[in-house]
Design a protein around this ligand. Structure first.
Ligand code: BGC
Ligand code: BGC
Length: 853
């Protein structure tokens, strides 16, 4: 049925309808009409399928957990590779390896028994180029593309990415993210194109157009199935908390977060991924929780499918169904009944199939709902041409050249140029002439991983070296290619100031993705609080008295007044990806002395004036950013940025103050260590160690470590550390920078735990304040019961202080020791102000001194 705005608007609440009318009025609302041929084939295929086959089609398993033979036997409809999951789990896998695995899954899906054979579809997060594949060109993340604000560029990147993805045998990308990030503390801010919904709609729509261009065309395998995600309002959660709670009226929800979806649907986007957050509808005066989006029938079925006429498939996010009340990650009739068609159940897909088949038989899920879901899946697969050709028939199948070639590099380099925003250029320092003697400083100058951020080769983008990105150009390399005289010192130490004319500081954030990048309710946007090393570099540089140009690589707008004050010129370059040369194009004049490329990037997010200005969005009452949405200088602009206020409010920004130790991963500045308590003298933790590395656990018996750790799921994927003690050992968090807990009145150490094996010896919890300083408590009783459900423990910091802790300089905020078998998982370890006053906080009188050794 053709897309009809009048049909869509009938029967919808007046205010929501107003929003949609506006969207319908915009040009280009013209998704593909349903082809009669496709519909007839869908019906014929469906008619021949068994219930098991249908439920198999609705199941998406992860490649670490499903072999081609699993696909064949269980009729799996889809596989995905999560961020940092590669064929054979080898980061070095070549495009040919990817293709071979895709071909194997495809062949297996067609080798099922029974008359109906349905090709499997593989999904991947190609969110800034084909970013899981070694050697691929990586484009700027969305935050930069929002600043470039060029629909034609988006479309071109979409096309190039689709070609790269197809060449590895994959037909589906979980992109674009259409989030409208409203609180820049959210760790996924960089996946957002803008705080402005209209810009997200314009650019996100263009990206869908590029990704899906040629999808299913008769001439070959071009275009990939795109995904509008995460439906709906993921960027609007309170405090920018990932998977958190959005408070909004239905009208606000649509007005702030809906436009991207109307645009993507108008471009015929074939899949929609549901968000992991919850919604509280504030319309009724009294907040009424709508709960998790994964269970919201009104939005998934009522709005998206019925009113907006979406006829593609709705897929969950990672284990998303498990977050609904009464559900687990492998069983959830409610989610399917709400309108979910395909379930991303990465690990436990076998149990999911069994449970779902049983639920249909028990009539907990109507057969018609299953048939609708499978019809949608079949429709998308038919439209994508999957029945016609095998993966290896794609253009340039298996060739690295499809992922990285002169054209992709030029396109990415252009995108880098277009995305950088010039915030300050006092005295018109930029662009520099090529003859300038340049001293390059800063940790981000020569590091592709820091240029690329999360979702780059791995999920969180951490732990990579430049060697992992063959063919990429760092900012430093880009500068060297243009400037005649370049020196480099990452720390800005030991340099003779007479040997250069200008300092170019390239600083920024370390890579992060979901959860891990959240700053949190108590945190501020002040960059130097998280990255003091960057301020230190700028302080050293400013002391030389030479002009300083700073390029900041970050996944969000940050409060950087201290850095801006120490720079004559300041460029926000976001997360540019593999083509660092694009920045050099802007920073330097051509060989002829003329400007090569002017800065055309303009802010897609409001830049904060003070550290606690969150959320900050255009249209706010009293909107007072330092640099407003749309701001950005060209090299001929004579605007002068005056000295900026660097003061910080006393005691932080207020609210629920918290020091996070373990969230999704260990939080800076802490590292987490495991250590056996063998005969070895205590040497203290190694600050250079990998935060998750297991260090020195001497064996109680030969060959068996005293303690081991694995990463497991407690509340969200991989958010917990399960520690298995066999002998004397301890688990502890440590930071060289002392934490001042004296600032946290009534604070408690809070952690969630699941005991899987009760302790056989006393368990001791400690906090320390340097060598010979600290306090310990006997907490054996707290862990005495093994159980399945997580328990939250709140241990007042005052109990440690009473036993000798100096709360003003804590270096080990959490340490747990035992000497005999014990197993428990720990998650969400933090110190929360005020938590000692909670009714469920423990009392010091229940926490005796540990037995003397
Ligand atoms: C996996 C990633 C995946 C992510 C999705 C993680 O547990 O390791 O591969 O992309 O979950 O949330
Ligand atoms: C993320 C999605 C992603 C999926 C698969 C999830 O955790 O939220 O954006 O597409 O993992 O990797």
């Amino acid at each position: 049925m053709p897309f009809s705005c009048s049909r869509l608007l009938t029967g919808l609440s007046a205010l929501v309808a107003t929003v949609l009318v506006a969207a319908c009025a915009s040009p280009g609302a013209n998704p593909p009409a349903r082809a009669a041929g496709v519909e007839a084939r869908v019906a014929a295929l469906l008619a021949g399928m068994t219930l098991e086959q249908k439920v198999g089609q609705m199941t998406q398993a992860e490649i670490r957990h499903a072999t081609p033979d699993d696909v064949r036997q269980h009729h799996l409809g889809s596989v995905l590779n999560g961020g940092g999951s590669w064929p054979g789990q080898r980061a070095q896998a070549t495009p040919a390896d990817w293709l071979a695995l895709a071909e194997a899954y495809h062949a297996a899906s067609l080798a099922t028994r029974g008359p109906v054979k349905v090709p499997v579809i593989w999904g991947t997060d190609a969110v800034h180029g084909h970013n899981n594949v070694r050697g691929a060109t990586l484009y700027p993340h969305h935050i930069g593309l929002g600043a470039a604000n060029d629909p034609a560029l988006m479309e071109a990147i979409g096309r190039a990415t689709a070609r790269a993805v197809r060449a590895t045998g994959i037909a589906w990308t979980f992109a674009p993210t259409l989030a409208v990030a409203r609180d820049d503390r959210w760790g996924r801010s960089y996946e957002s194109l803008s705080e402005d919904p209209a810009r997200v709609a314009r650019l996100g729509g263009a990206e869908v157009r590029g990704l899906q261009a040629g999808l299913g065309a008769a001439d070959g395998l071009r275009g990939v199935v795109a995904t509008a995600k995460h439906f709906i309002g993921d960027g609007g959660t309170l405090d920018g908390q990932d998977q958190g709670v959005l408070h909004a009226t239905p009208e606000q929800l649509m007005a702030q977060h809906g436009a991207g979806y109307t645009a993507a649907l108008a471009e015929g986007v074939q899949t929609v991924m549901v968000s992991l957050h919850s919604w509280v509808d504030t319309a009724s005066g009294q907040p009424q929780p709508q709960g998790k989006m994964h269970g919201n029938r009104a939005l998934l079925t009522g709005l998206l499918k019925e009113k907006l006429g979406f006829d593609g498939l709705v897929v969950t996010d990672w284990n998303g169904i498990g977050q609904l009340p009464g559900c687990t990650a492998n069983s959830c009739a409610a989610a399917i009944n709400a309108g979910i068609d395909m379930v991303m159940v990465p690990e436990d897909w076998k149990a999911f199939i069994a449970h779902t088949v049983a639920q249909v038989r028990a009539r907990q899920i109507p057969q018609a709902r299953i048939d609708d879901a499978v019809s949608r899946i079949l429709r998308v697969k038919l439209r994508a041409g999957l029945f016609e050709r095998s993966p290896s028939q794609a253009l340039q199948a298996g060739e690295l050249a499809a992922l990285n070639n002169e054209e992709t590099r030029a396109l990415a380099r252009r995108a880098v140029r277009q995305s950088a925003v010039l915030l300050k250029n006092n005295g018109q320092l930029l662009p520099l002439s090529r003859g300038t003697r340049v001293l390059v400083v800063g940790k981000s100058a020569d590091d592709v991983a820091l240029q690329s951020g999360g979702w780059s080769l791995s999920w969180q983008g951490q732990g990579h070296t430049n060697a992992d990105f063959p063919g990429a150009t760092t900012v430093l390399a880009g500068v060297r290619a243009q400037a005649a005289q370049v020196q480099f010192s990452a720390t800005a130490e030991g340099v003779d100031p007479a040997s250069f004319d200008v300092v170019l500081a390239v600083v920024g954030e370390l890579p992060y993705a979901e959860f891990n990048g959240d700053i949190g309710a108590s945190g501020t946007l002040r960059h130097s609080s998280r990255y003091p090393e960057d301020l230190a570099v700028l302080q050293r540089a400013a002391a030389w008295g030479k002009p300083v140009v700073t390029v900041l690589l970050s996944g969000r707008v940050v409060h950087a007044n201290d850095l801006i004050n120490r720079s004559q010129a300041f460029v926000a370059a976001w997360l540019p990806g593999t083509e660092g040369g694009g920045l050099a194009d802007l920073l330097f004049r051509g060989a002829d002395g003329r400007v090569q490329h002017d800065f055309t990037g303009r802010l897609a997010f409001s830049w904060p004036r003070s550290a606690c200005q969150v959320p900050l969005n255009v249209g706010d009452a009293g909107y007072a950013p330092l640099f407003a949405l749309g701001y950005g200088l060209g090299v001929d602009d004579r605007a002068l940025v005056p000295p900026l206020d660097e003061s910080l409010p006393r005691g932080g920004c207020g609210g629920a103050e918290e020091v996070a130790i373990l969230r999704q991963t260990v939080q800076r500045p802490f590292s987490l260590h495991l250590r056996g308590l063998g005969d070895k003298p205590w040497r203290g933790p190694d600050p250079a160690a990998d935060p998750l590395a297991v260090t020195e656990a001497p064996a109680p018996g030969v060959g068996q470590p005293a303690v081991s750790v694995s990463t497991v799921q407690m509340h969200a994927q991989q958010d917990a550390k399960r520690v298995t003690w066999l002998g004397a050992a301890r688990l502890y968090a440590w930071a060289s920078a002392r934490t001042e807990l004296s600032n946290y009145p009534d604070a408690a150490l809070v952690l969630d735990t699941v005991v899987t094996r009760a302790p056989a010896a006393p368990v001791v919890l400690a906090m320390e304040c340097g060598r010979g300083c600290g306090a310990a408590l006997d907490v054996t009783a707290l862990f005495a019961q093994a159980g399945a459900a997580p328990r939250t423990l709140k241990i007042p910091v005052a109990c440690f202080v009473a036993r000798g802790l100096d709360a003003g300089r804590v270096d080990v905020p959490f340490s747990i020791t035992t000497t005999a078998p014990f197993e428990a998982a720990f998650a969400r370890i933090r110190i929360t102000a005020g938590a000692a006053r909670d009714a469920d906080a423990l009392r010091c009188s229940d926490l005796p001194a540990p037995p003397s050794p």
